[in-house]
Design a protein around this ligand. Sequence first.
Ligand SMILES: Nc1ncnc2c1ncn2[C@@H]1O[C@H](COP(=O)(O)OP(=O)(O)OP(=O)(O)O)[C@@H](O)[C@H]1O
Ligand SMILES: O=C(O)C1=C[C@@H](O)[C@@H](O)[C@H](O)C1
Ligand SMILES: [Mg+2]
Length: 193
Amino acid sequence: MTELIDQAPLTLAAEARAALGKRNLVLIGLMGAGKSAIGRMTAQALGIPFVDSDHEIERVSRMSITDLFAAYGEAEFRALETRVIKRLLRSGPRVVSTGGGAYINENTRRNIKRGGLTVWLNADLDVLWERVNKRDTRPLLKTENPRQTLENLMNARYPIYAEADLTVMSRDVKKETMVEEVLTAIAAAARKP
Ligand SMILES: Nc1ncnc2c1ncn2[C@@H]1O[C@H](COP(=O)(O)OP(=O)(O)OP(=O)(O)O)[C@@H](O)[C@H]1O
Ligand SMILES: O=C(O)C1=C[C@@H](O)[C@@H](O)[C@H](O)C1
Ligand SMILES: [Mg+2]
């Protein structure tokens, strides 16, 4: 019986889970890439806890991100984000979905690189715009031309997101497909010599 179990092929999720070990899986990428949605489902598939830094920031501050930006400004938000993410990374394994600007901050990026395996959910402008223009919960996009702002953020940030360990292209496919691609990327990276 034991032999049979030993020989059974691992499911994709089990293989990715084994590859992750005690490390956190940290999702990075621009607003609308799917870090929160795909992160939650990936954590479920892996059987490990899920945390979302934006959600955690709102919980500890008892304010919405919009109100935090309005009351204290972006610099204070980033300082809080750095502290919250450092704490979230302390005990792994977890899936940690970050806010879109978290990895761009030098301190936070250093902590993330130390604290886990990073996956960049890359996406093109049309996909992101289609998703983010439905809600106005993103203070950085409250500009005269939010689509142009999003494009400017892409240009500035994509070279930095590209430092991630792994990249998965986020696009309009089923969320389950996205989860499968994240798990495949983790498992494939571990198979490499
Ligand atoms: N593969 C997908 N197909 C269709 N819709 C998706 C997909 N992935 C995410 N979405 C939807 O796009 C929207 C944005 O996703 P989500 O909130 O997860 O992005 P995010 O990367 O966490 O953004 P932010 O940085 O603003 O927190 C959500 O409504 C989500 O359900
Ligand atoms: O891209 C960004 O800088 C942000 C993305 C969101 O997740 C929030 O963290 C906030 O709106 C800032
Ligand atoms: Mg999110």
